[in-house]
Design a protein around this ligand. Structure first.
Ligand code: ADP
Ligand code: MG
Length: 260
């Protein structure tokens, strides 16, 4: 593939491999010390850039090396975060320790001062974006949990959106990752390597990250992605975080995610 000039210049001659873990429509090329993410030119890319710059020196995350537009795509070249994804087989072998490390990583976000955070991803912002997606018919019902739509669930994405708008939980703003699933958190032997995939990060509700992390722990241990860890209790996350399980908030944020 043809790369924009500056990015071509920086990466010329470097070995590279494509990563196919993500579920977004991004292409991700991994170089020894850099990562190139090629995304459709949408507002979230600008948000990701703003957040990556703001996060520098606050929590471990990629640094922006270059960013160029070409046609309908944005080419975001960033530093490579060290470590393995939290869903790596070696880490899933000790799921209790993994849960503790994820909780520690999340608390690092919560401890970050958000007073000058440039991006707001609160319930209002997310619901507005969800509404746009519903109205444009962009919600893919096939990707949803089987119980979300259909008999016993919501008739369609519009009905779900209406329920979400009428049942908003009380907000609890912190620095939120926005897609706190296991492939987006990297660990080294020493500890947190860093967070990646920060296009939805910003000031958001604490339970947005807790809900997605809890679901990702379940799906990475119950066979959804092929690995089964018998007896693993994803609810350990709550005690590791020092919070009481809040089923209404968990449900609200997981249902919101069904519209994205
Ligand atoms: N800066 C980075 N450092 C290290 N690995 C990365 C980096 N960016 C992406 N990756 C790898 O590529 C995968 C997919 O990238 P990600 O940004 O999460 O894309 P998607 O939006 O498709 O989930 C990640 O799960 C991770 O394994
Ligand atoms: Mg990802």
């Amino acid at each position: 593939m043809e790369l924009p000039r500056e990015i071509e210049r920086i990466t010329k001659g470097m070995p590279c491999a494509e990563n196919r873990t993500g579920m977004s429509d991004a292409r991700v090329l991994i170089y020894p010390e850099l990562v190139l993410k090629i995304l459709p030119d949408r507002p979230e890319v600008q948000r990701e850039m703003r957040m990556l710059r703001w996060l520098e020196g606050k929590v471990p995350a990629p640094r922006v090396a270059a960013c160029e537009k070409s046609g309908d795509s944005v080419f975001l070249l960033m530093t490579r975060v060290p470590g393995r994804m939290a869903c790596d087989a070696a880490l899933l072998r000790d799921p209790d320790r993994l849960t503790d490390r994820l909780a520690e990583a999340m608390r690092l976000l919560w401890e970050t001062n958000i007073s000058d955070c440039p991006v707001i991803r609160d319930q209002q912002a997310e619901l507005a974006e969800a509404r746009l997606r519903v109205e444009k018919g962009r919600v893919n019902m096939e990707n949803a949990e089987p119980s979300t739509f259909g008999p016993g669930g919501f008739r369609d994405p519009a009905a779900l959106l209406c329920w979400l708008e009428n049942n908003r939980p009380s907000p609890d703003p912190v620095l939120s990752h926005g897609d706190f699933c296991l492939p987006n958190v990297l660990f080294t032997d020493g500890g947190l390597g860093g967070f990646i995939d920060l296009g939805d990060s910003g000031v958001g509700d604490r339970w947005r990250d807790i809900a997605l992390c809890h679901r990702s722990l379940r799906h990475n241990t119950d066979g959804t992605y092929g690995t089964v860890i018998p007896g693993f209790d994803a609810d350990r996350l709550f005690s590791a975080l020092g919070v009481r399980r809040d089923p209404d908030k968990l449900r609200w944020y997981l249902l919101l995610d069904e519209l994205f």
